[in-house]
Design a protein around this ligand. Structure first.
Ligand code: CUA
Length: 329
């Protein structure tokens, strides 16, 4: 159907179905009401100069009908929309992790194996892809119309979202949030490839060190290891096996250690203090770039063995060794 852009993700069909329904309902009632306005204006117009208007008594049946039908229609829209929304917002457990940094005016994309791209993203089809996105400056929005995928990238936090491409091809990537002078140039391409082509793409080109290995370097650069180094009597909690686990906080609450929690604990360590540890960690706000934060998060993730719910695919090297993972499933 050329009415909508190409459908190239698992969401596309569902989004378009809902959208088509909304359009049909809107078109039906616009036509019905428009036609009745004209018809009634002709049928009931004043026929003589001194015609007296008649009283009209309301019809209970009519009132009920035009209340119940729109109520039913809006409820269909609500539940249908909610089910599509849940499908889109819940990342599946196993997904290919991609780390995105947005800045005026470009997209920087990092693969866990160390491949980096600028305004271009290569992904396999038939596999969920999970984006963890951060902005260096203002609000941007990662938008791939063919995937019906759009998610704001807001400074000061991570936006996590996912999609699964279904058709090989080259698709437009836009920034869909006005972000300054060259906003309209903040565009790129997503290359959806068959798994075999994707493996070939991964194999070509020097990937550099893995994202987790870059994170491990930053971990040492910022002296995080002096307190979180797993040594006996360490001043900070161990990070081994932390990702995806429930953490007991000093406030009495518990929280699941996800990407956003790890990020917050770096830039605002006192916000969610782990039970049993003093509030001595300094903030690293402004000292580590968003890209660096993403690398640190990838490193902490790599310290957890099995992919917990919502976690990454293969855990890369746990120590700062520069070797590279051979392949991924
Ligand atoms: Cu970035 Cu508009």
């Amino acid at each position: 159907m050329h009415f909508f852009p190409e459908e190239a993700s698992t969401f596309a069909r569902h989004v378009d179905g809902l959208y088509l329904f909304l359009i049909l309902v809107t078109a039906f009632f616009s036509l019905l009401i428009g036609t009745l306005v004209v018809a009634f204006a002709i049928r009931f117009h004043r026929k003589s100069e001194n015609e007296v208007a008649q009283d009209v008594h309301e019809s209970g049946v009519l009132e009920i009908v035009w209340t119940v039908i729109p109520f039913g229609l809006t409820m269909v829209m609500f539940f249908w929309g909610a089910s599509v929304y849940f499908r889109i917002t819940r990342p599946p457990g196993t997904a290919l992790d991609i780390y995105v940094t947005a800045k005026q005016w470009m997209w920087k994309l990092q693969h866990t194996d160390g491949h980096r791209e600028m305004n271009e993203l290569h992904i396999p089809i038939g596999q969920p892809v999970r984006l963890t996105m951060a902005s260096e400056d203002v609000i941007h929005s990662f938008y791939v119309p063919a995937f019906r995928f759009k998610r704001d990238v807001v400074p000061g936090r991570f936006s996590v979202a996912w999609f699964e491409a279904t058709k090989p091809g080259k698709y437009h990537l836009f920034c869909a949030e006005y972000c300054g002078t060259r906003h309209s140039n903040m565009i790129g391409w997503v290359y959806a490839m068959t798994p075999a082509d994707y493996q070939a793409w991964l194999a070509g080109g020097a990937p550099g060190e893995t994202l987790a290995a870059s994170g491990a370097k930053r971990f040492v650069e910022n002296a995080c290891n002096t307190c979180h180094g797993d040594q006996p009597g360490a001043r900070g909690p161990s990070l081994t096996g932390l990702f995806g686990r429930r953490v007991q906080l000093a406030s009495g609450q518990t929280i699941v250690a996800d990407e956003s929690y790890i990020r917050e604990s770096i830039v605002n360590p006192q916000a969610k203090l782990v039970a049993g540890y003093p509030p001595i960690m300094p903030t690293f706000q402004g000292l580590i770039s968003e890209e660096g934060l993403l690398q640190l998060v990838a490193y902490v993730k790599s310290l957890s063995p099995a992919p917990a719910a919502g976690a990454a695919a293969p855990a890369p090297v746990p120590a700062p060794t520069p070797e590279r993972k051979a392949s991924r499933p």
